[in-house]
Design a binder for this molecule. Sequence first.
Ligand code: FAD
Length: 599
Amino acid sequence: MATSVLTQPAAKGGSFLLESPAPQDVFTPADLTDDQKLIGQTAEEFVVKEVLPLVKDLEAKKTGLMPELVKKAAELGLMSGGTPEEYGGAGLVKVATTVLTEKISVYGGFAVTHGAHAGIGTLPIVYFGSEEQKKKYLPKLASGEMIGAYALSEPQAGSDAQNSLTRAELNPEGTHYLLNGQKMWITNGGFADLFIIFAKVEGEKLTAFIVERSFPGCKPGNEEHKMGIHGSSTTPIFLENCRVPRENVLHEIGRGHIVAFNVLNSGRFTLGASCVGGSKHVLMSASKYSKERKAFGKPIGEFGLMKEKLAEMAVQIFAVESMIYRSAGSMEAAMHAAAGSGNKTQNTMKILEEYAIESSIAKVYGSEMLDFVVDEAVQMFGGYGFHEDYPVCRAYRDSRINRIFEGTNEINRMLIIQMLMKRAMSGQLALIPAAMKLADEILAGPSFEETPEGVLAEEVRVIANAKKMFLQVAGGAVQKFREKLAEEQELIAALANMVMEIYGMESSLLRAQKSADARGEASASVLIDAARVFIADAAERVDHEAKRAIAAVHKGDMLLTQLAVLKRFGKRPVVDTIALRRRIAAAVEAQDRYPFEGR
Ligand SMILES: Cc1cc2nc3c(=O)[nH]c(=O)nc-3n(C[C@H](O)[C@H](O)[C@H](O)COP(=O)(O)OP(=O)(O)OC[C@H]3O[C@@H](n4cnc5c(N)ncnc54)[C@H](O)[C@@H]3O)c2cc1C
């Protein structure tokens, strides 16, 4: 089961914009139990020992090889993290599945195969399946006897998934639905035995179906020629009067969007965790290479600009890892609190929706962090980074897809704000009273602020002010555009960027403070350095986003007044991030790996 020791109540989704939790109230990688670490270790060892030696054949799509590896991983319980034990799964809770996903994501091709099978291919049945469907399919998916896939996208319907043209008509006998249409870009399509396929009943009711590959009329097409993740399979699925038994309707007719979007919420969070795992391995390779490669008579790792890259990779991984484990902890606490009461499916849906903002943040920030890390790693490898013989070259190509699937990063940025607004309007999140209180504070003018004390005290104030900036800008935007705000996409993206930076800053801060509380400031010093660097740079980015957003909202004298307020909130000391990054780089180089593992 591998549950975590979570004593605190679950923080509500999105509440990080309003509340300032104490360090002991957030989950961090240092809180992982030995069981959870063991799960991670098993997953990582499996990929390093069983998968990586076969990469050449996997990239060439050697027939049968990936399904064989899926089966082997399934025997170790690695392909069924989220499947309950009663259906043959590993029955892991959120933190443990997060570790599993992170650690299994060393190689992009396998990570994507794993996500499509264990995540979006299996979880729809776990969350929405009837008892019969669960009993029939979950044990086979858990053991790898069947490989799963999720088929929502179509040639004309990706982001706009509800524009599906695939149709499902009940046959005259009322025994089967006949599915007609085409699905596109289906991960695991080349070998999956079971597809969660979405189609419209009576032309308008989007519905999810469990479709076996062997059903007549289910015809997977040829492999797509992709930029990266060559180890994974991606094919179209053609549906020609595909006969699906009526009992294979998943959840309810016309409720396919509920299945699709909730599963994607979960998939987005998992994708963020996967990006953390991938990035740590790239950092390891870059650090090792920086010692081997010599230029101007010395290892390139001795140059300040190479050290800066290693340090920045570590800092960004640290921030994303801090956000992801904090969110996983909140989700697990919420699941724990809901256990045993009410309908399980409904509870799960509520929790997935509750943390939809955090899940989109994990996806967007995680994928952009990984893209940054692989890009800088290629740069450190110089010309060799551009050569297929070197794994960073593949990692660079493999990374790019993460910003596109599971909802593009543009769509997810908009979702972050849409969901925040929805929660604010329904009163679930007290954003409106907070914005009104802030307006009073602004009118009252600057107040005396006490000199902060304690570990990262200045940063605490920086983050509190960043939250005020968000409230100020978002409040102005809502007042000006009201229900038309959705049309102001650039403004929404600026607000979403502020939200993400705030979550990253605060999660990094709380983790460093928690570590200092537990082990003393001296032994947490590099963690504190990482938090300071991230917060210093993120605060600049918040400033930038706030200014460009506020310029789109206010004009003339009002704009000048608002800018003056922003300036007040943006006051902060200058941090010597060059010196701090040198220390962080030294920590990376000392171990040739990400230095904050499990801390
Ligand atoms: C390798 C790979 C594997 C995949 N695996 C799966 C899978 O297993 N199952 C599955 O169902 N799908 C899968 N997909 C599909 C993937 O989810 C879609 O590609 C993705 O959702 C984007 O849709 P699209 O390609 O149609 O792009 P489009 O929706 O056409 O988007 C094109 C651009 O327009 C932007 N855009 C679109 N709408 C808006 C808007 N409202 N506002 C602002 N910008 C907008 C997008 O952000 C993007 O930049 C996979 C794709 C790939 C490439």
